[in-house]
Design a protein around this ligand. Structure first.
Ligand code: SF4
Ligand code: SF4
Length: 488
């Protein structure tokens, strides 16, 4: 007797077959539309506004990030621009701390921590960075918002594009592009304002008194913002962003992703509002309204499964929840969930890999915090005079000459005392105290001498010490060598 195949398996197999046929048909249509081109023909996306908790969260965060970007260059800290990257002087001022090129290691570690933080977030909740905080998404949402207030909601924008040119269409389109250009110019201005004193930048632009690099970056950033956020939008994420390509390898079966609950939603199909017998008619909870697709900024259908184009903005969750509320169904047909949960298995949000990443991330943040906190805002370099190893001064002393490079990386002028140790009787000749302005680097000639008979070796290790005399407690010691002739 033949084994009977359970009814559920037959239904699942039929479902898979129908999806495979649908996907094959879609591929045929795409091939017909695109020919053999590797680049899929772009369909214009008219994004519908979603309403819901995730959209509110994203919008609030986006505005906060935009306000921070546009305003931070205007903040003052200790009488100076709070964030200022002074490239000609090779100084980077960040909230009272001045960094120099030799702090590059610190910057490298900060970047490594940021990259590691991004890995951690991706393992935990997929591409939330893309959906909520990536500049490309933040500016795209800003430009979509500008589009909405000048051309109206989605349906109106679609009709406007199809309609012939009228006075209203011309005015609306012009207003949109002017607003886009305004945001693009403001973005470029704010960017250059982090590298050139922002308070002088406006008057200098008006007086046409800009350097070539300032002019280049203003034009470049205006054009890049206008094109990327206004015209290219999701194309940047799909074709240009490397993160979009490799992020999926960081996912595991417990990573939170935006997903459509196929077992609950299928078979999708329209029905009357309030109908209760849809399940008897073989329908699932998806009413096939298409709202989840209309609100998607990258124009994909989340019901086709996890796709690399998805930036996890959760607009489709809000859109679908709105429809579920209208129909009187339970929310969450599209939701943040994990692959394991969708398959009815136990999901582990706190898993060893994630905890491991978290511990390493915290350790790195603490180490960098300690390194920045313990960093002495003083740099000392000792360069030996290469022309003459040593000289005799005619009074029985051996003399060595050096150039010391002293950088005051603090926000205020500091006075320092110089001293040398290493050989009994070694002393500095000339100036032993020096005052260095905030952020200044000075090159100071330094001579030291010793009676010849006190030298036991022709080359001896010495220590040059720089010590602040204004009570700040900064001191730094560097090694060098004292060279001379030994009397035998
Ligand atoms: S599928 Fe949903 S979460 Fe993904 S990009 Fe589209 S709207 Fe955002
Ligand atoms: S919004 Fe929800 S109900 Fe409407 S098509 Fe998308 S998944 Fe189905």
């Amino acid at each position: 007797m033949k084994d009977r195949i359970p009814a559920q398996d037959i239904t699942d197999a039929a479902k898979k077959r129908s999806h495979a046929v649908k996907a094959a048909n879609e591929r045929k249509i795409e091939k017909k539309e695109n020919g053999d081109s590797l680049y899929q023909k772009r369909k214009h996306i008219y994004v519908r506004k979603a309403l819901g908790v995730f959209t509110k969260l994203r919008t609030t965060l986006n505005w906060a990030l935009l306000i921070a970007y546009f305003s931070f260059s205007w903040l003052q800290w200790g009488g100076k621009q709070a964030i200022f990257f002074d490239l000609p002087s090779r100084q980077f001022n960040i909230f009272g701390a001045t960094f120099f090129p030799h702090d590059f290691m610190l910057l490298s570690w900060v970047l490594i921590v940021c990259a590691f933080g991004l890995f951690f977030i991706t393992v935990f909740a997929g591409r939330v960075w893309c959906g909520y905080a990536c500049p490309q998404s933040v500016w795209t949402f800003l430009f979509i918002w500008a589009e909405g207030i000048t051309e109206g909601p989605r349906n109106k924008r679609m009709s406007l594009d199809k309609a012939p040119m009228t006075k209203e269409k011309f005015l609306r389109k012009s207003a949109k592009h002017l607003l886009w250009l305004f945001f693009a110019c403001a973005t470029a201005f704010a960017f250059v304002g982090y590298f050139s004193p922002v308070r002088d930048l406006g008057p200098r632009i008006l007086a046409w008194d800009l350097g070539p690099w300032e002019m280049w970056w203003l034009l470049f950033f205006t054009a890049a913002t206008y094109i990327n956020a206004g015209w290219m939008r999701e194309q940047v994420c799909i074709y240009m962003c490397p993160y979009a390509r490799f992020q999926s390898v960081m996912f595991d079966r417990d990573t939170l992703v935006v997903s459509y609950d196929e077992s609950r939603g299928e078979k999708r199909g329209p029905r009357k509002k309030g109908s209760t017998d849809y399940k008897e008619n073989g329908l699932g909870d998806c009413i096939d309204c298409g709202v989840c697709v209309q609100v998607c900024p990258v124009g994909i259908d989340i019901r086709d499964g996890l796709q690399y184009e998805c930036i996890t903005c959760a607009a489709c969750i809000d859109g679908c929840n709105e429809m579920m509320d209208k129909m009187g169904y339970e929310r969450g047909l599209v939701r943040y969930t994990t692959e394991n949960e969708l398959e009815g298995k136990k999901s582990h949000i706190l898993r060893p890999r994630l905890i491991g990443y978290f511990v390493v991330l915290m350790a790195m943040i603490i180490a960098i915090g300690v390194a920045i906190n313990d960093r002495i805002p003083l740099e000392l370099e000792i360069l030996r005079d290469r022309n003459q190893l040593y000289r005799m001064d005619g009074q029985g002393n051996v003399e060595n000459s050096f150039i010391i490079k002293l950088a005051n990386m603090d926000q205020q002028t500091r006075s320092y005392k110089l001293s040398v140790t290493g050989i009994e009787g070694l002393e500095l000749v000339g100036k032993k105290e020096v005052t260095v302005s905030a952020g200044e680097v000075i090159n100071l000639p330094l001579r030291m001498k010793i009676r010849r008979e006190l030298m036991s070796d022709p080359s001896v290790d010495i220590q040059v010490k720089v010590q602040s005399t204004d009570g700040s407690g900064y001191e730094l010691t560097k090694e060098s060598r004292f060279i001379g002739a030994v009397r035998r």
